[in-house]
Design a protein around this ligand. Structure first.
Ligand SMILES: *[C@@H]1O[C@H](CO)[C@@H](O)[C@H](O)[C@H]1NC(C)=O
Ligand SMILES: *[C@@H]1O[C@H](CO)[C@@H](O)[C@H](O)[C@H]1NC(C)=O
Ligand SMILES: *[C@@H]1O[C@H](CO)[C@@H](O)[C@H](O)[C@H]1NC(C)=O
Ligand SMILES: *[C@@H]1O[C@H](CO)[C@@H](O)[C@H](O)[C@H]1NC(C)=O
Ligand SMILES: *[C@@H]1O[C@H](CO)[C@@H](O)[C@H](O)[C@H]1NC(C)=O
Ligand SMILES: *[C@@H]1O[C@H](CO)[C@@H](O)[C@H](O)[C@H]1NC(C)=O
Ligand SMILES: *[C@@H]1O[C@H](CO)[C@@H](O)[C@H](O)[C@H]1NC(C)=O
Ligand SMILES: *[C@@H]1O[C@H](CO)[C@@H](O)[C@H](O)[C@H]1NC(C)=O
Ligand SMILES: *[C@@H]1O[C@H](CO)[C@@H](O)[C@H](O)[C@H]1NC(C)=O
Ligand SMILES: *[C@@H]1O[C@H](CO)[C@@H](O)[C@H](O)[C@H]1NC(C)=O
Ligand SMILES: *[C@@H]1O[C@H](CO)[C@@H](O)[C@H](O)[C@H]1NC(C)=O
Ligand SMILES: *[C@@H]1O[C@H](CO)[C@@H](O)[C@H](O)[C@H]1NC(C)=O
Length: 734
């Protein structure tokens, strides 16, 4: 059988009595080498029995129900050669309330023929066996066509070409198939298969589901092993690509393209660095180089796309340690897929995805919710955790993994996960197997919730250059601060009502940095906080994240008793810009510390230490300091609680725990620490910042000034009269 199907799907308009959809004009076998009698077939579908009034020009059409397919009625009628429709003439076809225009082309002629919607703006030319869609003539703003399908080609492994085309074009509008192959594409509405003996095809794509721009792609199957693709935009050549067919049909490009370690991160869209079209990034690892990997993403509202890998990073530890005494033999490939606004059309929505490490190696299906950048008057919840490995020997991190599995199972709604550093103990241990295990195990939560990280000392690697960490974990870094020489890992994002800042002061707290480096880092921090402070109206809260605590209670650990000295210039900024909470980890427990400034308790720290009010911190001049290091590690069990320090408010014991923060509104944040073994809340607090707008302040200043002048005035008058009376008295004296 030999057919050429041209299918224009018209936007659905719900008729009053009968809902029909998928109206099609399909070119018949008259145009094929079979030289059949059918010029075109008209078709529509409906969920109920539904004979709509139809006509071609003045002629009424009779539709018969040919079959019922998956509970859908499919109505078709044929127009035969003996009905003597003229070529190259426009015929109006009415199908209920919808209308199509048919123009039959001359067979083997090179005159244009058309299938137009009622805007008459879609034209298809046929020249021998090649087909061309003239998209220049398409007024994209007015077209309501949902999808256009051209189905041609006699190439059995077309699925792979299709996927390749989709991956290259980001958006899918053209189907190609071969009925002998019976390849079914999942999540696509139209699966139709035909074959054609031609070896040169041209296909036009409309790129982007909003029809923002038109792209055309032409491809030639030159010989049995090569396919040439040409990408055109308004007939201007954008790019040519020669594809080896063996590459397309190869089962395994590399030895092992199984994706592992899927992890979602927020893109630059959430920062203020002017790179807005990178909303979500997903990274996954493969053991081999697998450049044909891609991501299939879809939602409930019709997004269904194949996204090509944007970048492959090679982490070759043998190379990293080439000139050292360490002998590493570890290579992994980090595949990065970036989701822009074509894909993520609505924030706050759930998307489903599968990762194809290669064309035939698919992960299971995952889902995630895109966090909102702007607050939407709802509570937002964030999970904080730190110091966690994936070694389940002592069941410690297992408790946390189980809990993560449980919240995922319950589809609990958290915006993001914030990991405060120290993972795997250590990423580079056992020739990096430890890091590799960690990546595999943490998929449990990082495939479901976007994660933001900041590195800890155990993430620094044997060369202290954070190679494994920097290359593996995606965060919207200010890239110049995330190099081997300059690993501050500085970035900040806005989510809802909170500006989250992340920084890595490892060298400072180990007293290894020079003054210039510190000054530079402080400057970066100040610039960021200054900007955030200007934006308080929209984003009132600031929360700073680092692996290293400002205070903690283990008197033997310098990182507890000295950090406030090493980090003093930062602490000053946090006070100056009213950072609400400082989150850290490093100590393997949970601890809450009072808002000290320079190791001094403050009158106006807002902490009310008596009674239940211990759980309330109001209008504090300094941040509340949290150590969130109890997520679960087998490496070092703290002997907690430590002896209380002047700033210590609360410490936990041995069990694993995570912190959950609820952002209520611009004045109220609630935080609770959950013990993951007992499932109890072990500590909680409210952080309240009452905000005075600048105008209020100005008014206050004016009032006080006026009052001042008034008092001065009264005093002045009083003194004047007093002196005058004295003078009068003197004059009266004899
Ligand atoms: C036209 O051709 C079709 C198919 O060959 C046939 O079924 C039909 O009876 C013909 N109609 C007329 C009026 O000859
Ligand atoms: C179309 O076919 C005709 C006759 O078979 C041939 O002369 C002409 O060159 C072909 N045109 C193209 C564009 O291949
Ligand atoms: C299609 O691919 C399958 C396996 O992927 C292979 O066995 C078959 O030979 C291919 N067919 C063609 C026509 O290349
Ligand atoms: C493939 O064939 C087309 C048309 O026959 C030709 O224009 C093109 O240059 C060929 N490509 C290569 C890479 O040979
Ligand atoms: C197939 O086409 C490619 C690209 O045009 C060319 O390099 C190759 O030699 C051709 N192979 C054969 C067998 O013709
Ligand atoms: C990794 O690096 C080593 C040392 O430079 C090199 O010999 C090896 O080929 C590299 N492996 C890969 C897969 O790039
Ligand atoms: C390698 O080890 C030797 C002996 O322990 C030492 O002298 C040398 O400095 C080391 N080289 C490097 C690059 O660490
Ligand atoms: C999790 O990590 C452990 C080692 O701590 C490893 O044995 C196990 O295979 C990992 N699990 C997965 C699913 O990778
Ligand atoms: C870890 O949990 C398992 C199963 O719950 C238990 O059998 C084992 O004794 C636990 N190990 C430790 C070190 O607590
Ligand atoms: C998940 O839901 C179950 C059943 O409602 C509940 O018992 C469990 O505590 C929930 N887990 C978490 C972590 O919320
Ligand atoms: C897991 O932790 C235990 C200590 O609890 C340690 O003895 C063991 O070596 C660790 N295993 C790995 C693979 O890190
Ligand atoms: C903010 O949230 C807190 C806690 O839910 C509530 O008591 C308070 O009234 C809210 N404030 C505003 C202005 O909505």
């Amino acid at each position: 059988m030999f057919f050429v199907f041209l299918i224009a799907n018209i936007h659905l308009i719900k008729s009053q009595n009968c809902y029909t959809f998928d109206e099609k004009i399909i070119l018949g076998d008259y145009y094929s080498k079979i030289e059949g009698q059918t010029m075109v077939t008209l078709q529509y579908k409906s969920y109920e029995e539904c004979q709509i009034y139809s006509q071609i020009d003045k002629l009424k059409l009779r539709f018969e129900s040919i079959f019922i397919e998956n509970l859908i009625y499919v109505y078709t009628t044929n127009i035969y050669q003996n009905q003597s429709l003229q070529f190259n003439k426009d015929y109006n076809i009415k199908l209920g309330q919808k209308s199509l225009i048919l123009r039959l082309p001359l067979k083997n002629g090179n005159q244009p023929f058309s299938i137009l919607n009622h805007f008459r703006d879609l034209q298809i030319l046929i020249q021998n066996s090649s087909l061309r869609l003239e998209t220049e003539k398409l007024d994209v703003s007015s077209v309501q066509i949902e999808s256009i399908a051209l189905i041609i080609i006699n190439y059995c492994n077309i699925s792979q070409i299709i996927q390749h085309l989709q991956i290259n074009l980001d958006f899918w509008l053209v189907l190609i198939g071969d009925q002998n192959c019976k390849y079914q594409l999942q999540h696509l509405k139209y699966d139709t298969f035909i074959s054609q003996q031609s070896n040169s095809q041209q296909i036009t794509f409309l790129k982007g589901n909003k029809f923002k721009s038109n792209y055309k792609i032409e491809f030639q199957i030159n010989n049995s092993s090569f396919l040439q693709l040409q990408y055109l935009h308004n007939d201007n050549l954008l790019q040519t690509e020669l594809i080896q067919k063996s590459y397309l049909i190869q089962q395994n490009y590399g030895d092992n393209c199984d994706p592992y370690g899927q992890r979602i991160s927020l893109g630059y869209y959430y920062t203020n660095y002017d790179k807005l079209d990178d909303i979500i990034d997903i990274a996954y690892n493969t053991q081999s180089y697998c450049p044909q990997g891609f991501l299939h993403i879809f939602d409930q509202n019709g997004i269904d796309q194949w996204i090509k890998i944007k970048e492959i990073r090679i982490l070759n530890m043998s190379k990293v340690y080439e000139n050292s005494n360490s002998t590493f033999t570890y290579v992994t490939y980090i595949n990065i897929v970036s989701l822009n606004s074509y894909v993520i059309q609505r924030l706050g929505q759930i998307y489903y995805y599968e990762i194809y490490g290669a064309i035939d190696i698919k992960s299971k299906q995952y889902q995630f919710k895109v966090p909102l950048k702007q607050y939407d008057n709802k509570e937002h919840k964030i999970i904080f955790f730190g110091d966690m490995d994936s070694n389940w020997t002592g069941n410690k991190s297992k408790q946390t993994f189980d809990w993560f599995q449980s919240i995922q199972y319950n589809q609990s709604d958290y915006d993001i996960l914030i990991f405060e550093g120290d993972m795997a103990y250590d990423l580079e241990s056992l020739d990096c197997q430890q890091g590799d295990w960690w990546l595999r195990n943490m998929t449990t939560f990082t495939s479901y919730y976007p994660q933001l990280t900041t590195p800890g000392n155990h993430d620094s690697g044997q060369n202290y250059e954070f190679d494994f960490y920097r290359i593996s974990f995606l965060t919207p870094e200010k890239s110049q601060y995330n190099t081997r020489q300059n690993y501050y890992n500085f970035y900040s994002v806005d989510l809802g009502l909170v500006h989250y800042v992340f920084y890595n002061p490892t060298r400072m707290v180990y007293n290894e940095s020079n003054q210039q480096e510190i000054d530079e880092m402080v400057q970066i921090m100040e610039n960021d906080l200054y900007q955030a402070n200007q934006n308080r109206e929209n984003v009132p809260w600031i929360i700073v994240n680092s692996h290293f605590p400002m205070y903690c209670s283990d008197a033997k650990d310098k990182q507890c008793s000295q950090n406030f000295i090493f980090l003093k210039p930062f602490a000053e900024l946090f006070t100056k810009y009213r950072v609400a909470i400082y989150m850290s980890a490093h100590q393997h427990n949970y601890e809450r510390d009072a808002p000290f400034i320079n190791n001094q308790s403050q009158v106006n720290t807002g902490l009310i230490t008596d009674g239940p009010e211990q759980h309330l911190v109001k209008n504090s001049a300094a941040p509340i300091y949290i150590v969130e290091g109890s997520a679960g590690q087998e490496y070092y069990t703290p002997l907690v609680p430590y002896e209380s320090q002047p700033y210590t408010v609360f410490q936990t014991g041995y069990n694993d725990g995570v912190g959950i923060m609820t952002i209520h509104n611009s004045t109220h944040i609630y935080f609770e620490q959950i013990d993951l073994v007992t499932q109890q809340v072990v500590d909680y607090f409210w952080c309240i910042q009452e905000r005075q707008t600048n105008t209020d302040k100005t008014i206050n200043i004016i009032l006080w000034t006026l009052l001042g002048f008034l008092i001065l005035g009264i005093l002045g008058i009083g003194i004047f009269y007093f002196i005058r009376r004295q003078k009068i008295k003197e004059q009266l004296l004899p």
